[in-house]
Design a protein around this ligand. Structure first.
Ligand SMILES: Nc1nc2c(c(=O)[nH]1)N[C@H]1C(S)=C(S)[C@@H](COP(=O)(O)OP(=O)(O)OC[C@H]3O[C@@H](n4cnc5c(=O)[nH]c(N)nc54)[C@H](O)[C@@H]3O)O[C@H]1N2
Ligand SMILES: Nc1nc2c(c(=O)[nH]1)N[C@H]1C(S)=C(S)[C@@H](COP(=O)(O)OP(=O)(O)OC[C@H]3O[C@@H](n4cnc5c(=O)[nH]c(N)nc54)[C@H](O)[C@@H]3O)O[C@H]1N2
Ligand code: SF4
Ligand SMILES: [Mo]
Length: 717
């Protein structure tokens, strides 16, 4: 990494936090002429210990680009021209429309769609406004596409959300089970830490990677289990079957600290490794080997990400992972435990403030009358203000917009016209809305193109706030530079709007610090207790891991050290789960399974990383990975341009024929939206089928056909 000590022209170095992935690295920003000019890793940050990756290094190039959104703008219809307006005019117009819609159709006719990239304060204000004052729980976020299955998995298996393990556990674990995570590309600094651990004791430490592709992560692993997309439950049940047969479970732990063991084992009984092999395509011997390594390890961790969560059985996949840890007692001790890798820098903070449509601050739930009562008291409103009905979750929300049940939607800090499955549908839905407000740092983006009202947001480095990373660590981010034009921090915009709606008395905030202090009070006595955290402490004492219930409390490295789970009788649940095929199965017409994901040097919809030349160069265009056997079957050669066709749309990309992807599957990254070329978008193809509990979409499996664009005979060279 470009991380020399050359401080040429840098006037000041200030500690901050990375605005990209959920690893949550500490950064040191070098300031020059009032702007961020250089980025280095922060050696004092306990989560990253001075490391960082290329995306962070190139942050300065992404901040002051010609396409920054500088002023509020409005237009009457979605195809018209925007007019620059003042903040006052924009917020008055939106408030007027919100009031009219709520008066005519009730509060559930308005909705907010936010993001795991908002700061904790921003989420908190928007969520408070919607749920406590407008009277609708229609505040959901892109975390629904990302971590919703992990949230529901923790809740059902362990009794509450919240990843129990820490990165410090990585330094002492001797088995890593990596499932559906391309850690090397997507959580690079955690990957470096795992790698360090392996290289330190190569004979004692084993890494198992479960992925349909031989990614850089799988390549480094000792054991790669090339799984058929969507079949992790069969594999995990198969592994538990082996653990039972080989007496590698912990009966004492099971008896004392869990429920559901017998029911779970009666289902697992049906998944001996040879049966699991038939379903998941991983050879029986590898399933046995993986189980033996996990079972014999003193300290085993599971780390997972979207290959697990983005599935119609995403919650059950999470339960199956927890089952392994609970049956073997590998949880609540050093080097042990499940640790879901959160995608976005503050997806965790979003969960803590209750930023999903069924949640309230402090891991509370809207359906629980005691929780509604507690939160209403803190907000100073009658508890009837908070609806007991969960609001629409992300994709259900777009469906409600399409059906005109939701008439106004406010999209902040996310770009669904690129990132949501089946973007054709999303576009059609948004065209049915009476009002689309888009609050972004850039314009045009896929989504700003459908806005009636554009609100310019200050972005990272231009505002202060707090974020929580994958290991429950809260870090303070200072404001380092002036926002450009009239851009304002998201918390400020939401505060001004709340006042415009008549709730001045409850939204008096002048600083992010005041909002944080109020949020802290809502967490008192909850699992994610922040009571010991304050701006002052975070600024002076550095990052903290929750729960941190008192100012002199050091923070908590690992949850459930006492083996008491936040569930009835303190017992965790083993949950019987069955394999189920992905919603859309391959057939004659659409014979391949498309899985989608990321590349190392791009971030999501590329509004930021797409601006850094060095990042762009490494992968300038989308591509389709395809196995040689499938390539032969469909008469496709390496580097051919192909049409990828699903029941929902089409993409055109160049093929990489490679044995590194499992036959029957193909892979395409989703970063490119239609703006980059209509047919470059993977989400032209994907499906909005959802997990019935978490409502997370199956972005990792849909059926496609692949055809060469120019159909000439193979022999012609
Ligand atoms: N460079 C980069 N890093 C990022 C991001 C980014 O955009 N760019 N985004 C961040 C965010 S928000 C997130 S959520 C994370 C995502 O991080 P990851 O989940 O690691 O990334 P993906 O590429 O979406 O998917 C991971 C892997 O799942 C595999 N997979 C697909 N289907 C299955 C399956 O059924 N089972 C199993 N076991 N594996 C399967 C894919 O082949 C892929 O290699 O990355 C974060 N970090
Ligand atoms: N096919 C497929 N689709 C996927 C996935 C997949 O694996 N496959 N993964 C899904 C996952 S896990 C995720 S998390 C989503 C991510 O999808 P998105 O959230 O849509 O992606 P981003 O590009 O991060 O969008 C963030 C937006 O906020 C803007 N922005 C940046 N900073 C700020 C700020 O401070 N304030 C405001 N208001 N705006 C700001 C950016 O310019 C950008 O437009 O994609 C999902 N979509
Ligand atoms: S690993 Fe993630 S948090 Fe760390 S520097 Fe890279 S993108 Fe930022
Ligand atoms: Mo994500």
């Amino acid at each position: 990494m470009r991380q020399d000590d050359n401080t040429n022209g840098i006037e000041r170095w200030v500690k901050s936090y990375c605005p990209y992935c959920g690893v949550g690295c500490g950064l040191v920003a070098g300031l020059k002429n009032g702007a961020v000019a250089r980025i280095k890793g922060d050696p004092d940050h306990p989560s990253s210990l001075g490391d960082l990756c290329a995306k962070a290094v190139y942050l300065p190039e992404t901040l002051r680009t010609p396409d920054r959104l500088l002023y509020p703008q409005m237009r009457r219809c979605q195809d018209g021209a925007f007019t620059r307006v003042s903040w006052e005019t924009a917020l008055m117009a939106v408030a007027g429309k919100f009031r009219d819609i709520i008066a005519a159709h009730g509060p559930d006719a308005v909705a907010f769609y936010g993001s795991g990239q908002l700061t904790t304060e921003e989420y908190y204000v928007a969520n408070k406004l919607a749920k406590g004052f407008l009277g609708t729980n229609n505040f959901d976020t892109n975390s629904r596409l990302c971590m919703a299955s992990a949230v529901a998995g923790y809740k059902t298996s362990l009794g509450a959300d919240g990843p129990p393990a820490s990165y410090a556990d990585i330094d002492v674990a001797d088995c890593f089970l990596l499932l559906g995570t391309n850690t090397a590309d997507c959580h690079p600094v955690i990957f470096k830490r795992i790698k360090r651990r392996k290289l330190e004791q190569p004979d004692e430490v084993t890494i198992i990677a479960v992925d349909p592709r031989r990614t850089e992560t799988a390549d480094f692993a000792d054991l790669h289990l090339p799984i058929r997309p969507g079949t992790d439950i069969a594999l995990l049940n198969g592994m538990l079957h082996v653990l039972a047969k080989e007496s590698l479970m912990d009966p004492n732990f099971v008896v004392k600290h869990t429920n559901g063991f017998a029911e779970t084992m009666s289902v697992v009984e049906k998944y001996p490794p040879h049966v699991a092999e038939k379903i998941c395509g991983v050879p029986e011997c590898l399933i046995v080997e993986a189980a033996m390594i996990f079972g014999k390890a003193d300290r085993a961790m599971s780390l997972w990400s979207m290959g697990i969560n983005q599935s119609t059985v995403g919650v059950h996949k999470n339960n199956a992972i927890h089952n392994l840890h609970l049956a073997t007692g590998k949880i609540g001790k050093p080097g042990c435990g499940p640790l879901s890798l959160t995608g976005q820098p503050n997806a965790m903070g979003g969960r803590e403030v209750g930023g999903l449509s069924h949640m309230l601050p402090g891991y509370r739930e809207v359906q629980n009358p005691i929780h509604r009562e507690e939160v209403a008291r803190l907000w100073g409103v009658p508890s009837e203000n908070i609806s007991s009905q969960p609001g629409y979750s992300a994709l259900d929300l777009f469906e409600a917009v399409a059906e005109r049940k939701v008439k106004a939607v406010w999209i902040l800090c996310t770009n669904p016209l690129v990132s949501a499955p089946d973007i054709d549908f999303i576009e059609k839905a948004l065209r049915q809305a009476e009002l689309v407000v888009v609050q972004d740092a850039y314009h045009p983006t896929g989504t700003t193109q459908l806005a009636h009202v554009l609100l310019p947001a200050a972005q990272w480095s231009e505002k202060e706030g707090v974020m929580t990373n994958s290991e429950r660590r809260i870090t303070y981010m200072p404001r380092l530079a002036e926002p450009p034009g009239e851009a304002l921090p998201d918390w400020k915009i939401m505060t001004l709007f709340a006042r415009e709606m008549g709730f001045e008395k409850f939204f008096r905030y002048e600083t992010a610090a005041e909002i944080f202090a109020e949020f802290v009070r809502t967490t008192e006595g909850t699992l994610c207790d922040y009571s010991g955290a304050s701006y002052e402490r975070l600024k002076n004492g550095g990052p903290l891991q929750w729960p941190c219930p008192a100012p002199d409390h050091p923070g908590t490295e690992r949850l459930y050290d006492d083996l008491h789970f936040p569930a009835p009788e303190g017992r965790a649940n083993l949950i019987p789960v069955e394999h189920q095929e992905p919603f859309e199965r391959p057939d004659e017409q659409y014979p391949l399974v498309l899985t989608t994901g990321r590349v190392k040097n791009q971030w999501h919809t590329m509004t930021r990383t797409g601006k850094a030349e060095s990042l762009k160069k490494s992968c300038p265009d989308p591509f389709l990975e395809m196995n040689p056997a499938d390539a032969r079957r469909f008469a496709i050669r390496d580097a051919d341009f192909v049409e990828v066709i699903s029941r929902r749309g089409k993409a055109v990309v160049q093929v990489r024929v490679t044995a590194e992807i499992k036959a029957g599957s193909c892979f395409m990254p989703f970063h490119w939206g239609r703006q980059f070329g209509f047919y470059k978008a993977a989400n032209n193809l994907t499906i909005a089928a959802r997990d019935p509990v978490s409502r997370q979409p199956e972005l990792k499996a849909c059926a496609v056909a692949v055809k060469r664009v120019i159909d000439f005979p193979l022999e012609d060279n």
